[in-house]
Design a protein around this ligand. Structure first.
Ligand SMILES: [Zn+2]
Length: 311
């Protein structure tokens, strides 16, 4: 496996007093998983306070902010929809941006789906590493969770509770001999993300492929961009898994990407039991619907020792 990180990543970036953008534009391209269309993506530095904003360059630079306010369908991918303009499969790119502590970037894209690359967020993390970081003058506004919030539905549950930093725990169960019960808990730091989450690929089961194709999904899917577990109990991909618990790690990747739609870096502990995109976004909506659930704070308000010399 190629090294994820070409340059040292600032450890403190996810606990920074200030917002960050990227230092230089950076681009990639490739086929999308569900719609099978080719797209080019270019990440551009953006001014403080911009947030993460997609820009459809094929539609007169129409802007779609990466926000829970603009979420459309959530089957097998997180799709944004704003004033009739659509963008699919945003979660892996958003996951890398959010985990690596990038607050402001314009994401120019010339089609309706973000490229799937190898099914993980490693290519996006590599790109960001190449682009470098730039600290900005605006203080970062964290969303600190004050009360436990939960969404639950027939044995599935996703919750967030007050905590010191930002951490996620995923518990998954898939009835396949190579998968079964898996569990991963991690503090979301750039190091932990780059080594343990970014390389984890999206996955599916042979038994589900026909139904997904019938639904018009996975038109760009292949063993180059997804792990596929065969009905025989084996793996269809050559080369095996990247981690024994790669599916659970990929669920963490998706969860982090979907949480980015809250629009602020979170301070809280998230636990997802058999969650998926719809439940992740339902949790975000439940958090924001009651202002008593959170407070918006800068780091110097909660840690007086922070002096701004962190980057
Ligand atoms: Zn995914």
């Amino acid at each position: 496996m190629a090294a994820v990180q070409q340059v040292p990543w600032p450890t403190e970036n996810c606990q920074s007093l200030f917002e960050h953008t990227i230092r230089n534009p950076v681009s990639t391209s490739g086929i999308g998983l569900h719609y099978g269309v080719d797209a080019s993506v270019r990440l551009m530095p953006a001014k403080a306070g911009t947030g993460l904003v997609f820009v459809r360059t094929d539609l007169d630079d129409f802007e779609i902010p990466a926000s829970w306010r603009h979420v459309a369908k959530l089957e097998f991918a997180t799709r944004l929809l704003y004033q009739g303009v659509f963008l699919s499969t945003t979660e892996h790119l958003l996951s890398a941006l959010y985990a690596l502590g990038i607050d402001n970037v314009r994401i120019e894209i010339d089609n309706l789906e973000v490229p799937i690359k190898d099914g993980s967020s490693r290519a996006f993390a590599d790109m960001l590493s190449q682009a470098g970081f730039k600290r900005q003058r605006r203080k970062r506004r964290y969303m600190r969770i004050r009360k436990r919030v939960e969404v639950a539905d027939s044995g599935k549950c996703v919750s967030i509770e007050p905590a010191e930093g930002f951490s996620v725990q995923c518990e998954t169960f898939f009835p396949h001999p190579m998968v079964g019960d898996q569990r991963l808990a991690m503090a979301v730091t750039p190091e932990a993300y780059l080594s343990g989450v970014a390389p984890a690929r999206t996955f599916g089961f042979e038994s589900e492929l026909a139904a997904m194709r019938d639904a018009g999904l996975i038109r760009g899917g292949s063993l180059e961009n997804a792990v596929c577990f065969a009905d025989s109990g084996a793996l269809l991909n050559d080369g095996g898994l990247r981690f024994a618990d790669e599916p659970c790690r990929h669920k963490c990747l998706d969860l982090i990407g979907d949480l980015s739609l809250v629009g602020h870096p979170l301070i809280g502990r998230v636990v997802a039991t058999c969650g998926g995109h719809a439940m992740h976004v339902a949790l975000v909506r439940r958090i924001v619907q009651d202002p008593d659930n959170y407070e918006i704070v800068t780091l110097d308000q909660i840690e007086p020792s922070v002096n701004g010399l962190d980057a």
